[in-house]
Design a protein around this ligand. Structure first.
Ligand code: HEM
Length: 556
């Protein structure tokens, strides 16, 4: 006997009934089983225990980075060509070959530093991760919206992220001193900082930002020949950004504006679209370049390495369950299909370990069995069991054989259809050294000079604002770095925080730093080098950036 269980449904109420996870109909979801109406509760109360203990486990560890994000689905449509030639000349990856061929995609956009419920209007790079469910299995292109990264060696990543996260003692957030303490001692971050502190560090919407693979990859054709490749996504919607004032106005009213905005656009049929372009370089060392093509703190100048379109992507479907398809989706840089490969970029190699490692912890060892992660073609492995195993693998004809090799059945190996790749041979001593050609300042300075005037002003204002909150030693070192990048930027930031050229020009290079010959010359002449020559230079951000003013009308 209960208060509600013997009540009939209201007239015309033909909804399905609630059940427990065991499939038992639930007759009373309002009252626990108790001894008498006033308690105490009984321990054999299965329905209550199941409900409460499942609730207690509703959260999985959030991503250690990129915790705040949103996923949409769509398709990639191949052009079949690259640079006017059949694409098969350069890659045998099946998804690219035929003009008009469509492959289902999932895209997760994200911020980096904040927790799962943090504001989406923060200054931060944005993640742009694409999963292609191809006929050869999944391909993940896990990139960002800015084209470069802060670091070039994966071993620095945990320290860098700690500098971005709240203070471990006070849990204060976004402490500029922590960030610039790290950056002042890691000059390879300078190029990325000129982007993150520009308006491009706060996109107006996920639909109006570029995307980049950032790290250098390889393509392989049917003959085994390889090329170095960089990926670029160009939004049909154009590039639009906010200033700190716009972001503050939006954030005051809505923390999840970008998720809502993307979802609403897809709901009303205004499907966002990006064109995928690649840059290509011969797969060898390039001593003629003034940067290392495997260095992810650098872009490849587009006037020398033109963008070549290979297809387009349209997002036309929202998630049907945010947790299942956004929290549990798992991308990784190791997830490639035949015809696509890694480069030797040591950052990329480090990332490739990290993603699936964290996902085995965060989601569980069987994370690839979840529908959103599982490939379009059925996986057939001899991997078995483990936490939350949902037996989905197709076995061979003899299901008893879950090992290989065997003459009694089971699965066989594929026959490699192509010759070994004919990439460069690598020799070298086992060592711990940074790449010889660091060139930490040149592209940072060039980027400043090529930015639009409103972007330059905003960059200076944002740097002055952040550096004003830093210790004097950090401020001095940062002004010294900016002068090495570009005189005008050094002077404007220095003026803004009250540090003159005379006060910093005596600083010695960091002990850990290797300056290029050009850097040495600039240092000898600090503050008097004149503007760099950027005539004819085209960099990733040369797509115009429109200011979307939100101050008067934050959440329209
Ligand atoms: C050594 C450097 C890096 C390491 C160790 C690293 C590690 C990680 C880890 C552990 C996650 C969380 C994954 C998860 O829980 O599912 C993550 C997410 C992500 N990372 Fe990195 N990362 C690195 C560099 C980069 C770079 C250079 C980019 C951009 C080009 C990038 C883009 C992303 C994106 C977009 C996500 C979010 C994926 C999603 O939406 O689920 N990361 N990274």
């Amino acid at each position: 006997m209960t208060d509600v269980a013997n009540q009939p449904p209201a007239e015309g109420d033909d909804r399905k009934v609630l059940t427990t996870r065991q499939g038992h109909p639930v007759a009373d979801n309002q009252n626990q089983r108790t001894v008498g109406a006033r308690g105490p509760a009984t321990l054999e109360n299965y329905q209550f225990l199941e409900k409460m203990s499942h609730f207690d486990r509703e959260r999985i560890p959030e991503r250690v980075v990129h915790a705040r994000g949103t996923t949409s689905f769509g398709y990639f449509e191949a052009y079949g060509t690259v640079g006017g030639e059949p694409i098969a000349e350069y890659t045998r990856a099946k998804l690219f070959q035929e003009k008009g061929k469509r492959t289902k995609t999932a895209v997760r956009f994200s911020t980096v530093a904040g927790g799962r419920d943090s504001s989406e209007a923060v200054r931060d790079p944005r993640g742009f991760a694409v999963k292609f469910y191809t006929e050869d299995g999944n391909w993940d292109l896990v990139g960002n919206n800015l084209g470069v990264f802060f670091l070039r060696d994966a071993i620095k990543f945990p320290d860098f992220i700690h500098s971005q996260k709240p203070d471990p003692v006070t849990f204060e957030r976004q402490v500029a001193n922590r960030v610039f303490d790290f950056v002042s001692q890691s000059p390879e971050a300078l190029h990325m900082i000129t982007l993150v502190f520009s308006p491009r560090g706060i996109p107006a919407s996920y639909r109006t930002m570029q995307g980049f693979g950032v790290n250098t990859y390889r393509w392989i054709n049917a003959r085994g020949e390889t090329k170095l490749i960089k990926y670029h996504w160009l939004p049909k919607q154009g590039v639009k950004s906010w200033t700190a004032a716009d972001a503050a106005a939006v954030q005051a009213e809505e923390l999840g504006y970008h998720t809502l905005e993307l979802r609403a656009a897809i709901d009303r049929g205004d499907y966002p679209e990006w064109e995928l372009n690649v840059q290509m370089m011969s797969d060898e060392e390039h001593p003629e370049l003034d940067f290392d093509p495997l260095d992810d703190t650098k872009v490849w100048p587009e006037n020398e390495f033109p963008l070549m379109p290979v297809g387009r992507m349209v997002l036309d479907q929202n998630v049907s369950n945010f947790f299942a398809e956004n929290e549990q989706i798992a991308f990784g840089t190791g997830v490639l299909v035949d015809g696509l490969d890694f480069s030797d970029d040591k950052m990329l190699v480090g990332r490739t370990f990290s993603y699936s490692d964290t996902q085995r912890y965060r989601v569980g060892p069987n994370y690839l069995q979840l529908p959103v992660n599982s490939p379009a073609t059925p996986p057939r492995t001899n991997q078995r069991d483990g936490q939350m195993a949902y037996y989905v693998d197709e076995g061979g004809e003899n299901p008893h054989v879950n090992y290989e090799p065997s003459i009694t059945g089971g699965l066989r190996e594929d026959q490699a259809p192509y010759p070994d790749e004919i990439g460069p041979e690598i020799t070298g001593r086992v060592t711990r050294q940074r790449i010889p050609l660091t060139a930490d300042y040149k592209q940072a300075g060039e980027r400043y000079l090529l930015s639009q005037p409103w972007e330059q002003d905003d960059l200076v204002a944002n740097l002055v604002d952040a550096l004003s909150q830093c210790d004097r030693a950090i401020q001095e070192r940062m002004v010294w770095h900016w002068y090495l990048a570009e005189d005008e930027l050094g002077q404007r930031v220095g003026d803004g925080i009250g540090i003159s050229l005379d006060e910093i020009k005596g600083l010695k290079p960091l002990q850990s730093q290797t300056l290029t010959e050009e850097d040495e010359q600039r240092l000898a002449n600090l503050g008097h080098n004149g503007p760099r020559d950027v005539s004819g230079l085209v960099m990733t951000h040369c797509v115009p950036n429109e200011h979307e003013d939100k101050v008067g009308d934050p959440v329209s």
